[in-house]
Ligand binder design. Structure first.
Ligand code: GDP
Length: 311
């Protein structure tokens, strides 16, 4: 029983009535609340959203052109579009290239895959992107980005092999966790390299963790500051459900983000995460990832997502 089914049913019932009474609105709002909770939208977000819809529906003049059901659908749709950012938000390109785009998010959210997609997309538009491998947490991550870059036909700036694989020796010498090479140095060097070689956009892949943690946040925050990033894109798996709120909040507060990319929208995620993340961060969603291939990527359209949620 999907969110769309629930809403459709709600509105179908309402259509039989003649006017927009308080009883109608309250009943509808209750149904919308249940449906949104079913779709894994977080409770505070549901409350805020249904509150807005309720206020508008009660205050709305009864239109002659629309029946009450259509009127509430219209209000819900407009509220959804507005929370999801209104218009499509374009990438913020720096006046003085290179534009620095940093990707941040939990491990497995799809950052590395996204780096390739974004690089490919930018290249198609005539840009000369560079990918920077600043995820030095997992030994595999650098190689993975190199594979992704090759597939996308976009060059990759990676730390020296000696640094990357010097982990054990450095640990033994007591240097601790920074011994993989310093991701902040790699990010800064990558931006300098881009400037030297006339790459006009730099995409920095950063380390994720399985759960939010303080070190991860501090590292991402430092990379943002040291590279003076123009965009910090929070990457989140649309299938994550209720946890989206906590994760998004942690990244917005701990790192500072300028927008979100929703991944794995090819799955059966119902848009709950989109609504939750946009609400708690107050930042727009810029892109959607819709598969594992380099072309499975699109700009995010708030109206289309609202349609997907309502349809
Ligand atoms: P990272 O740890 O954040 O860098 O995440 P990865 O880029 O390694 O992605 C984790 C897994 O999710 C990989 O198996 C990807 O192929 C897969 N993946 C990434 N984006 C998408 C997407 O939009 N749809 C689907 N179905 N899978 C994706």
């Amino acid at each position: 029983n999907s969110l769309s089914d629930r809403l459709t049913e709600t509105f179908r019932n309402l259509k039989r009535k003649g006017a927009l009474s308080e009883t109608d609105v309250n009943k509808t709002v209750r149904d919308i609340r249940m449906a949104l909770l079913d779709a894994d939208v977080a409770l505070p977000v549901v409350k805020q959203f249904t509150g807005q819809v309720r206020d508008r529906a009660l205050g709305a003049e009864v239109s002659k052109a629309l029946n009450p059901g259509q009127q509430v659908v219209k209000i819900v749709n407009e509220e959804l579009v507005s929370i999801l950012g209104g218009q499509t938000r374009r990438l913020n390109l720096a006046k003085n290239p290179p534009t620095v785009i940093m990707l941040a998010g939990l491990q497995g959210s799809g950052k590395t895959t996204l780096a390739g997609k974004l690089g490919f997309w930018l290249k198609e538009q005539g840009h000369t992107p560079l990918l920077v491998a600043a995820d030095l947490q997992r030994p595999n991550a650098v190689t993975q980005l190199e594979v992704v870059g090759e597939r996308a036909g976009v060059p990759v700036f990676a730390p020296e092999r000696g640094n990357v694989f010097g982990h054990d020796a450095a640990l033994e010498s007591g240097e601790g966790t920074r011994s993989f090479g310093d991701p902040i140095d790699v990010a800064v060097d990558g931006v300098a390299h881009a400037r030297d070689k006339n790459h006009d956009v730099v995409i920095i892949d950063t380390a994720g963790r399985l759960a939010v943690d303080v070190d991860l946040m501090r590292q991402a925050h430092d990379i943002r500051m040291e590279t003076n990033a123009d965009e910090v894109l929070f990457v989140i798996d649309a299938m994550i459900g209720q946890a989206a709120v906590e994760t998004a909040k942690a990244f917005a507060d701990g790192v500072g983000i300028t927008g979100t990319v929703l991944t794995k929208l090819d799955g059966d995620a119902r848009g709950g995460a989109a609504l939750s993340v946009a609400t708690v961060t107050g930042e727009p969603i810029l892109f959607a990832s819709t598969g594992e291939g380099v072309k499975d990527f699109e700009t995010f359209h708030p109206d289309r997502m609202a349609g997907r949620i309502l349809d």
